[in-house]
Design a protein around this ligand. Structure first.
Ligand SMILES: NC(=O)C1=CN([C@@H]2O[C@H](COP(=O)(O)OP(=O)(O)OC[C@H]3O[C@@H](n4cnc5c(N)ncnc54)[C@H](OP(=O)(O)O)[C@@H]3O)[C@@H](O)[C@H]2O)C=CC1
Ligand SMILES: O=C(CO)COP(=O)(O)O
Length: 322
């Protein structure tokens, strides 16, 4: 007998919509997008489009959308694809509507503004984290794409077999959820760091010089947070760092490119685009100082001084080529 799962995706922005499309390829999944954006919900239900985020693309007609939080009552599995800073309060709110054995998977970046790991704060017994080298537009266009599933082994096995069947989405696995959450925020920060030198030099030699330093710092961070350093070899590690830091589709790399070309930046968080790496620079810049380990993280410190302490581009370059 075929399995049947109701998947409710919280967030009908670019990535939530792309994931809805792919999960709908498995006809045993009922896929529902939940969004605060009423115009987006209406567009999906009436026109099978999400014109705000994908002006030219038609979605699978089986995908339904709603703004009613009661929908979470029906979920066997929830994917969280809203900005990471609102996830904890959001899950606290929907908890009362939701089945106790629902699997809640965080696809957004893994840390809240105060430095808490999101999956450790979500008030559900079955949680997981799923991150990988996956630009939304390529997921939407049906290209084979991969994630690391961080969570319990039995949840991984079921999710892979039942939900991802026929979707062209592939998984590797770790039980170290925290390491998956950590990799996802670090690679955004290092995408800015590498974007900065790409913007300035446009040189593969220079890019990979800084890329290699970034991998070393990511490994130090895994140790600092008591995580398995093996996760660096998963899709969410080297895979996502490479994708985000070396491709101009990335918003974080683009921010670095612009800074490397001398444009000034707005750190207020008011930007309409999600550039989560700048928050990570602040968090990790301060955290490494508080723990007196800043010398092990020269890229982070150089970025922090440039983005939050008014150092200039030349200071950044001097610091990272040291
Ligand atoms: N884009 C990509 O390629 C990838 C993105 N991700 C991650 O997915 C997460 C979402 O990113 P992405 O889809 O790109 O971002 P978008 O900005 O496209 O989508 C976020 C959605 O969440 C909504 N939202 C904002 N605030 C709230 C709130 N308080 N409650 C509920 N919904 C809210 C937004 O609505 P509104 O526009 O009205 O604010 C929007 O619909 C991020 O953590 C990102 O890093 C992961 C892998 C790939
Ligand atoms: O997270 C992403 C790919 O995994 C998307 O990266 P950006 O947020 O930098 O666009």
């Amino acid at each position: 007998m075929p399995y049947h799962n109701t998947i409710v995706i919280a967030g009908a922005g670019v990535f939530g919509t792309a994931m809805a499309e792919r999960l709908s390829w498995n006809t045993n999944n009922t896929v529902i997008l939940w969004s605060i954006e009423k115009d987006v919900v209406e567009d999906i239900n009436r026109n099978h489009r999400n014109t705000k985020y994908f002006p030219t693309h038609f979605l699978n007609t089986s995908i339904r959308a709603t703004s009613d939080k009661q929908i979470f009552r029906s979920a066997d599995c929830i994917l969280l694809v809203i900005p990471s800073k609102v996830i904890i309060s959001f899950t606290e709110e929907i908890k009362e509507y939701t089945k106790e054995d629902c699997l809640v998977i965080n696809l957004a970046k893994g840390m809240s503004d105060d430095g808490a790991f999101i999956t450790e704060q979500i008030p559900f017994p079955r949680t997981a984290s799923m991150k990988g080298p996956t630009f939304a537009i390529e997921v939407l266009h049906g290209l084979p794409s991969s994630f690391t599933f961080g969570g319990k082994r039995e949840d991984y096995d079921r999710f892979k077999k039942e939900v991802l069947k026929d979707t062209g989405l592939y998984l590797d696995y770790t039980d170290d959820i925290r390491s998956v959450e950590l990799m996802s925020i670090l690679k955004n920060m290092y995408a800015i760091a590498i974007g900065l030198v790409s913007g300035r030099f446009n040189s593969p030699n220079v890019d990979f010089l800084i890329y290699t330093k970034a991998v070393g710092e990511m490994r130090h961070f895994l140790s600092l947070f008591g995580c398995s350093t093996e996760t660096i070899f998963c899709y969410c590690g080297l895979g996502d760092l490479g994708l985000t830091s070396l491709n101009d589709l990335s918003r974080n790399r683009t921010l670095g490119l612009l800074m490397g070309k001398g444009f000034s930046i707005d750190n207020s968080g008011s930007s309409a685009t999600v550039i989560e790496g700048s928050r990570t620079v602040k968090l990790m810049g301060e955290l490494t100082r508080e723990r007196h380990v800043e010398e092990e993280f020269p890229l982070v410190q150089a970025l922090y001084r440039m983005m939050y302490e008014q150092e200039d581009l030349n200071d950044y370059m001097r610091a990272v080529f040291n």
